[in-house]
Design a protein around this ligand. Structure first.
Ligand SMILES: Nc1ncnc2c1ncn2[C@@H]1O[C@H](COP(=O)(O)OP(=O)(O)OP(=O)(O)O)[C@@H](O)[C@H]1O
Ligand SMILES: [Mg+2]
Length: 316
């Protein structure tokens, strides 16, 4: 029986290693040969069956439906505006008619619900601990979106083990037939608590400011992702800038390094300016695009969302 390496299999399927591991886990009992003892080699026939399955799911969403796009919002450095961007992008997408679910996977330090003015109620912590059904932790958010909170001040969540993260990623992917977009607001950094969620996404938005350390750390997370096998689109948002030129310089720097040293594309998604409306909206516990619809930051947010919409499947 002809066998190929898992690297070759992942490349044939057009997915990364983490995606392959997930598929192998899901289908090892239904496709003969996938539960082989030889962990690094897979039978070609089994890989072909898996590819067919992925193609069918892509066409029909497994049950005649199109699957939602999963979009991770991440950064190397903390505090650069991921949550602010995630909440406002999710709100604006919802207002434009995309059925959007925002999952706060900044586990243990989740705060998206605060910006959205929602009490989290039960959280992922309750679901992981068996104290709540998944449906019970989904709450209504601004613009008509749905939100799932990661729980705040919960050390057990911050230290969630690999088994827990796999369970959570599977639950996130199971949302796909039921909505159009899933936004994952991740924590900062390059740990598995961030990269495991990014690996499951179809698109990743990297957020940075023009601060030197933030740019260096943005390159750090891109490098870790690409070197870890991430092959899906990466997009950049430059936040808190004082001019479009400032944002463009940051993008060019990061794009140049990503192309030259990592041989991967970094797409320009847009900028968000430094704007007092952002803090004002936080104080009102309302997304800035709702609290200050005429602000400059909202104008640029709309451009970012329009750029993002070009990557989303057309709604029927
Ligand atoms: N464009 C902006 N203009 C002014 N203030 C902003 C802007 N974007 C974000 N901020 C402020 O920066 C702070 C950090 O933002 P936010 O919490 O969204 O960052 P984060 O990347 O999610 O942080 P963490 O890494 O801790 O999760 C907040 O006080 C927020 O209001
Ligand atoms: Mg955050």
């Amino acid at each position: 029986m002809e066998r190929i390496t898992t690297t070759e299999a992942a490349s044939r399927l057009g997915i990364d290693q983490a995606g392959l591991t997930r598929l192998l886990r899901q289908h090892k009992n239904s496709i003969p040969g996938l539960d082989s003892e030889e962990k690094d080699l897979l039978p070609v026939e089994a890989v072909d069956q898996l590819a067919q399955l992925v193609r069918n799911q892509g066409k029909a969403g497994g049950a005649g439906k199109q699957l939602a796009s999963v979009i991770a919002v991440t950064s190397g450095k903390g505090g650069v505006g991921k949550t602010s961007a995630s909440v406002n992008i999710a709100t604006e997408l919802s207002l434009r008619g995309h059925r959007t679910v925002l999952v706060d996977v900044d586990l243990g330090l989740a705060n998206a619900h605060i910006l959205a003015g929602k009490a989290p109620g039960k959280t992922l912590f309750d679901w992981l601990g068996g104290r709540a059904e998944f449906g019970e932790i989904v709450v209504d958010g601004p613009g008509g979106m749905k939100m799932i909170s990661g729980g705040s001040g919960v050390k057990e969540l911050a230290n969630l083990d690999e088994k827990g993260r796999i369970k959570l990623v599977d639950a996130i992917l199971a949302l796909r037939p039921h909505c159009d977009v899933v936004i994952l607001d991740t924590g900062a950094g390059i740990g598995s608590g961030v990269t495991d969620f990014v690996a499951a996404a179809d698109h990743t938005l990297v957020v940075t400011t023009s601060n030197f350390a933030a740019i260096a750390d943005a390159y750090g997370i891109v490098k870790v992702l690409v070197q870890g096998g991430y092959r899906k689109p990466l997009h950049l948002i430059v936040n808190r800038v004082r001019s479009p030129e400032e944002a463009e310089q940051v993008f060019k720097k990061l794009q140049g390094c990503t192309q030259r040293f990592l041989n991967h594309e970094l797409n320009w998604l847009g900028l968000l300016p430094e704007d007092h409306s952002v803090e004002g909206a936080v104080l009102q516990r309302t997304p800035f695009c709702e609290a200050y619809p005429a602000s400059v930051v909202t104008k640029y947010l709309k451009k970012v969302v329009s750029a993002l919409e070009r990557y989303l499947p057309k709604r029927s």
